[in-house]
Write a protein that binds this ligand. Structure first.
Ligand code: SF4
Length: 274
């Protein structure tokens, strides 16, 4: 059986997370987060698609006891390993050990102080991310800061850029808000950002590479696989998922070829390389 090459796969823990962010984009449809034996089987199946990059993301990866061993296995198997973390549990981990098994680690700054905390539904989370960012900055691990632009933080973007500039950040990614509740969404965001030259100003303040892609440009760029092997892609509106089935099913692997645009996935993956 021929399988398509999908350059990047997002491996999500869809059983549980330690936070309950109101805007969360992860469908928590798995009964549990499984264990390393299950995760390895999922990766084994994914290898038919020859992914170059595995992005391990929420529910919070570091809430899973065997995560470092798993990341280490991924790295040793030749994958480029990216991790998206909410940073709440990073203080429990040795950054020098993480550096050996992670190529890029991404942390969120979705506002300054209480704006970030409210968006994440977690008091003190902004301070927690700030401390984690300082720790990561002092190592030579590559760090990405992710910011979801919403009504609450739009006026704070220059302040966030300043925070980015004070740390050793390899890339700052701005995301258009596409999820719920819709009250957070800014209409015509792209036009606002580009018309007033705001992106250039933010990049100059942040003193690092700034990446922004419109929501609709990212819709057909992702393949999601849960830790238990359930495969998803985004719906046409980009604000929900379509479940494609289990990675253990050969028909699902074949179906991925027709469901996912491999060229778009590769373009997005290249943006993620820093
Ligand atoms: S930390 Fe991430 S995965 Fe967890 S609830 Fe928040 S957005 Fe969802």
């Amino acid at each position: 059986m021929n399988h398509p090459k999908i350059d990047r796969v997002i491996f999500n823990f869809m059983g549980a997370c330690n936070l309950r962010c109101e805007f969360c984009y992860v469908p928590f449809t798995d009964k549990s987060n499984g264990n390393i034996q299950v995760w390895k089987k999922v990766i084994e199946r994914l290898n038919f698609l020859s992914p170059r990059i595995i992005t391990v993301g929420g529910g919070e990866p570091f809430a899973n006891a065997e995560i470092v061993e798993f990341l280490s296995d991924l790295k040793n198997s030749g994958k480029i390993v990216h991790v998206d973390t909410n940073a709440t549990l990073l203080s429990n981990f040795n950054v020098d050990l993480l550096k050996q098994c992670v190529d890029v680690i991404a942390v969120p700054i979705d506002g300054i102080g209480a704006v970030h905390d409210t968006f994440r539904g977690n008091n003190g989370n902004f301070d927690c991310v700030s401390i984690a960012l300082k720790r990561l900055s002092s190592s030579d691990i590559k760090v990405r800061v992710n910011t979801v632009i919403h009504k609450g933080n739009f006026k704070q973007l220059k302040e966030i850029a300043k925070v980015v500039s004070l740390n050793n950040v390899a890339q700052w990614q701005l995301y258009e808000y596409m999820w719920y509740p819709s009250i957070n969404k800014i209409e015509d965001l792209s036009e606002i950002l580009i018309d007033c030259n705001l992106l250039k100003q933010l990049e100059s303040i942040a003193k690092t590479k700034l990446v922004y892609a419109k929501g609709k440009e990212r819709r057909n760029c992702y393949l999601f696989v849960s830790a238990l092997g359930n495969v998803y892609k985004l719906n046409d509106d980009g604000n929900g998922y379509i479940q494609l089935g289990s990675i253990m099913d050969d028909k699902v692997l074949e179906n991925i070829a027709m469901s996912i645009n491999a060229t778009n996935v590769r373009s997005r993956a290249n943006i993620k390389m820093i």
